[in-house]
Design a binder for this molecule. Structure first.
Ligand SMILES: [Fe+2]
Length: 156
């Protein structure tokens, strides 16, 4: 699970290049397209985190506050992407900074903590096939698009 989430982070990070370039060129159409691609990659990823790993860790009050702040950042990232899709290029740099910092907080904070604190019962539950959305993320095209961003195939 941690390996899968980390690989998804890498893929998401790789796809920020197009958005950064579009922002520098002041190209709204290219920025909107790049933000839509990022949204397509992020939504199945954050669902998997929030309904899987985060849900398991939140049951320990030591992590509740930290996970709430990560979930709040997911919301802000979504709002920033929507603003960029709407043509607001002033949000490109804040979004890129937030995304990089957010991924760092997960990979260097929460994920190592999960490896230390979650026990076999937690991991077994996380790896059950019926873990919400695990199948949808693995499937080539099994996800819905509740946020109304333009659809392009995610390269997971
Ligand atoms: Fe993440």
């Amino acid at each position: 699970m941690i390996g899968k989430l980390t690989m998804q982070h890498e893929n998401i990070t790789n796809h920020t290049t197009a958005l950064r370039a579009a922002g520098r060129k002041d190209d709204r159409a290219a920025a909107a397209a790049a933000a839509a691609v990022l949204g397509e990659l992020l939504h199945p990823h954050t669902r998997l985190e929030e309904r899987g790993l985060f849900a398991e860790m939140r049951t320990d009050e030591m992590f509740t506050e930290h996970i709430d702040s990560l979930c709040a950042e997911h919301e802000v990232i979504d709002a920033e992407l929507a603003a960029i899709c709407g043509g607001d290029l002033s949000r490109v740099d804040p979004l890129l900074n937030l995304l990089a910092n957010h991924i760092d907080r997960e990979e260097n904070g929460l994920f190592p903590a999960a490896l230390v604190y979650l026990d076999d019962v937690h991991w077994d539950r996380l790896h059950e096939p019926e873990t919400p959305d695990a199948g949808a993320v693995a499937a080539a095209h099994g996800h819905s698009h509740p946020h109304g961003v333009g659809h392009q195939h995610a390269q997971l």
